[in-house]
Design a protein around this ligand. Sequence first.
Ligand SMILES: NC(=O)c1ccc[n+]([C@@H]2O[C@H](COP(=O)([O-])OP(=O)(O)OC[C@H]3O[C@@H](n4cnc5c(N)ncnc54)[C@H](O)[C@@H]3O)[C@@H](O)[C@H]2O)c1
Length: 360
Amino acid sequence: MNRRLILAMPLAALAQEKVNTAMIGVGNRGSFLMESVLRQPTSRLAMICDLKPDRLDKAATVASASNPTTTTEWKRVIDRKDIDAVFIATPPHLHAEMAIAALKAGKHVYCEKPIATTPADLKALVEAAKSSNKVFVAGQQLRSMSQLKAAVELIHDGILGDVLMVKAQRHATADLDYNGSSGDWYYNYAKSGGYLVEQSVHNLDACNWVINQRPARASGFGGIQLHKNEPKGRNIYDHQVLNYEYPNGVKMSFTQMVFHPRGMPAGGQYINVYGSKGSAELMSTYMMYTADGQPPKMISPKAVENPDAHTQAFYDAILKGGKNPANITIGATAAATAILGNEVCRQGKVLRWEDLSFGI
Ligand SMILES: NC(=O)c1ccc[n+]([C@@H]2O[C@H](COP(=O)([O-])OP(=O)(O)OC[C@H]3O[C@@H](n4cnc5c(N)ncnc54)[C@H](O)[C@@H]3O)[C@@H](O)[C@H]2O)c1
């Protein structure tokens, strides 16, 4: 910025140039986010919090140029009046309590997905975010990916005609590493919400986005077929088969599993969107096909994605009133779609969205 302009600016405006930021949880995802925060010219990393001293030390070393203070007690972050914004990347069951406390203390919040794991927590967080005038961004970063965004916009503009049905999946070749960074909470349903809530929440969000609605009801089955009591005490499914129906009649079929052999066709993640004028796959090929057998065409070319796009959008929303790519409604709808998918399997019956009282 021009030196004369800086001198002419009131001190308050200068102070606002950088958003004082804290990280709560600097494990796998939190470390990645912290590096993104450190790359933002509009942020100053002021505090890092993690329960595990080794992770705290490692993060403090990476961020040493910013000289952040460190703590193992997340409430000290909330209590610090000079912290403007908080990134929450702790295990999922802790998100709602931490995010609500941060919002109530007047802080902007970037909360990793799933933003909550139970209907009650979700409802409380929705209320807190809606009654706050601070920015709340959910870590549903697919919303900031330019290739997917361009494809969804084309579909909303009618390139496929009316969307009739969606078939999507998230198939992995194996469980997450039992001794890996999230191994101490991921296999505990009460802490993670299981594969559907913790991971497929991204895929379900993309399905809601392209359909442009939230589900009206769902049915499905889930179980543990291969990894029984692996790791010991595991109570999350290793596969699920789900159906969602949307208010406009669109049906969405979703499967997930952790035993799709590498190299076997139709593995990985895809979203097939079937429309009245054509159908397209999102997430992997972005190719569109028509019933009359015309050669397939790519609807959205591969883009060089900016790994900081979602973080930048958070700061832009705080400082410039920029568009929030994943606001509370988007984050809560994604989490609620996943929670609904779990509940239909656990309760063994069809459930309507309203049956679970999500507050959205
Ligand atoms: N958006 C994405 O693509 C993406 C990718 C990976 C993970 N995630 C999400 O990020 C979150 C964290 O996942 P992860 O893989 O980094 O897990 P992780 O276990 O590697 O990290 C979580 C960290 O939180 C810390 N922690 C736990 N309880 C705490 C407390 N009370 N106070 C302070 N710190 C505490 C742990 O010590 C750990 O370092 C999860 O919600 C996960 O779903 C998102």
